[in-house]
Structures are given as C-alpha cells and as structure tokens.
Design a binder for this molecule. Structure first.
Ligand code: SAM
Length: 329
C-alpha cells in the first residue's frame, strides 16, 4: 500500500544521507570545528531500505549527506538503484545533492551508472565570497568545473542551489541570474532555515523571496513558470525566456501542505520533517532481525505521524535535534 500520512499527503520522495562527513564548513551549516558525527551504514543496508520504500510508492530518490561524493562505492550504489522500478514500472527519478568539489571526476561515471540529475550547492559566483562562506580555499574552481562536467556528461537538469545570507552573498543575486543564463543551469535561491550547528539564524539574516524577486527584476523583468504542487521551488524565467531561477522559501512562504518528502539519515533513522524533534530507528529494527514486511509496517506507522508543518519564526519554535548536515538536505 502506498505511503500516505494522516493529512492525506502521499509520500513519494525519499532523501537518503549516505555519510555524515563533509569537506566544506559553510558558515550557515557547520561550526567549523569537528562536531557530532553519526555513523554510516554499508551500501547494502541503504539498498535494502530503499527497495522497501520503493515498494511503498517512493518514485524519487535523492542521495545526499554530509557530502555524498566523499563516500567510496557511490557509483556502484547508483547503478543498483537505477535497476529499481516504481510501482508503476518506471525507473526511479535519481538525483544527487553535492557541494560539487569532487564532481569533475565523478560526473561522467555517475551518469553512466544511471544517475538522472544533480544539484550542486554553490553560494557565490565570486571566488572570494565563495571561500568566505565555505571556509575552503580555492574550492570555487573545482565546483565550477564540476558543474560544467555535469552538463557535459548529460546530467539534466543541473541545478545550482544558493543559500542567501544577509551580509555574505545577497549581492550575488543578479550575478547568479547571469550565471544561469550563461551556463545553462537552473539556479535556486533558498531561504536560510534554523538548521545550523551553531546558533547563527535570525529572521534578519534571511533574505526573503520578495526581496530576491525585486533584485532579479532590476536586472530583467521576471516571468513565473508553472510548478508542481509538491515542488519546493517557485520557478521563474526572464522576459526573453533565457535562464531559470527557482526560489525555495520555506520561511516566508512555507509549502508544507504539499510535502511529499521523507528522509533517511546516514545512521538509518527516519525523519518525517526537517524540523522533526524525533528520529525513528529503522536501522535498529533491521539489525534486530525485522523482516522486510515488518520494516514496511513500521515505515507506515512512522509516516502516519508526519508533522503537519514546521513552526519556524513562531513563538515556542524548538530547533530540531539534528542540524541539516546530520539529517541530509
Ligand atoms: N554536501 C551536499 C551539498 O553541499 O549540497 C549535501 C548536503 S547539504 C546539507 C544540502 C543542502 O542544504 C545544501 O544546498 C546546503 O546549502 C543546504 N543547507 C544547509 N544548511 C542550511 C540551512 N540552515 N538553511 C537552508 N539550507 C541549508
């Protein structure tokens, strides 16, 4: 039976974190020091879990982390996933989210293994600003080369995610619009959410959707494109139809009502919302000898309790028990 929560939402989109480690230390994500580290599972365990989820109606699998390209064996894992079929008999919609640092060498093998598309996180098109945010010297050239390698390999679309932070990169909005048009990639601006290891979030640091649109319109008039209900991004192009910009605005324009997502952490815990206060220990049950049917029943019972929505910015908001890097974005 297909996964559906008690709010009537079908769950079709699984995000699997395959490692908690990351080679970047983005100021809005990590402390810059070695912090909490959760375990990885062998790929065979992730594969078993994904197969169960696919039997329950999952159609889209996004591999993430930490930084998923750090994990040896990723290409083989993608090849295994590419053999799976949805309940409707289709191939899975297979994607990876990466910081792109190791993508120059991995884009072509990942595509050959069956990866459909890739999202690369890049928070500035100015190399010095990029280094200030990521706290990694000379990363920009690798990431740019990774984006270009992904396009050459035929990964389609290539999306570039940029988290906007006031005081760091809000002046990059127009530069990213040019980047989208020149490089043939979809650029998506994401509002900063309170999911960081440090306590740096405040409403003032968030660059909201309306401000992003205003900045884009000073460059060229923007035109909205249709978007699917469960799609996180509102989509835009310019008056001449060249370039595509998405705006993901969970803070100023939440989209929880159409959420179709569920997450598996690198240590095999289910999270029903980025802002969940609880983990659900699927791997623990698997290691205690539960059968696939028992695990499927457990997943149904967890999904049934998926949160209606997040409460960012409301009085009494409680920060989730794990930060983005330890959940899998
Ligand atoms: N390492 C990979 C990467 O850089 O894309 C995958 C993991 S990373 C945690 C996934 C995405 O979450 C990135 O696009 C990152 O910019 C975003 N992210 C991290 N912390 C965030 C926050 N507090 N608010 C919004 N997005 C965040």
């Amino acid at each position: 039976m297909r996964l559906r929560d008690k709010h009537g939402r079908f769950i079709t989109d699984l995000r699997v974190s395959i490692t908690d480690r990351c080679n970047y230390k983005c100021v809005y994500c990590r402390t810059g020091n070695e912090g909490a580290l959760y375990a990885d599972l062998p790929f065979a365990d992730y594969l078993r879990i994904v197969k169960i989820f696919v039997r329950l109606g999952i159609e889209k699998v996004r591999i993430t982390g930490g930084e998923p390209l750090l994990r040896n064996g990723l290409v083989d894992f993608v090849r295994e996933l590419a053999h799976l079929r949805t309940l409707g008999g289709e191939s899975l919609d297979l994607a990876v989210t990466t910081n792109g640092h190791l993508l120059p060498d991995l884009a072509a093998p990942l595509k050959a293994a069956g990866l459909g598309r890739v999202t690369v996180s890049m928070d500035a098109v100015d190399p010095a600003k990029f280094a200030r945010i990521t706290r990694v010297a000379n990363g920009f050239e690798n990431v740019l080369a990774g984006i270009r390698a992904a396009r050459r390999a035929g990964l389609d679309p290539v999306k570039v995610n940029c988290v906007l932070l006031r005081g760091f990169n809000e002046d990059q909005i127009v530069e990213f619009a040019r980047f989208s048009r020149e490089e043939g990639v979809i650029v998506r601006f994401i509002e900063f959410m309170p999911l960081e290891e440090d306590r740096v979030w405040s409403p003032e640091v968030v660059v909201p959707m309306d401000e992003i649109l205003e900045a884009l319109n000073t460059f060229r008039p923007v035109r909205q494109l249709p978007h699917g209900l469960s799609e996180t991004a509102r989509r835009y192009t310019f008056d001449d139809g060249v370039g595509e910009i998405g705006i993901i605005a969970p803070v100023s324009h939440p989209f929880c009502g159409h959420c179709s997502r569920i997450r598996l952490t690198s240590d095999g815990k289910i999270r029903t919302c980025l802002f969940s206060l609880l983990d659900h220990d699927l791997a623990g049950r698997m290691f205690s000898g539960a059968s696939d049917d028992q695990l499927a029943d457990y997943i149904h019972s967890v999904v049934d309790h998926k949160e209606a929505r997040h409460h960012i910015g409301e009085p009494g908001f409680v920060k989730p028990s794990r930060s983005m890097v330890h959940i899998g974005g």
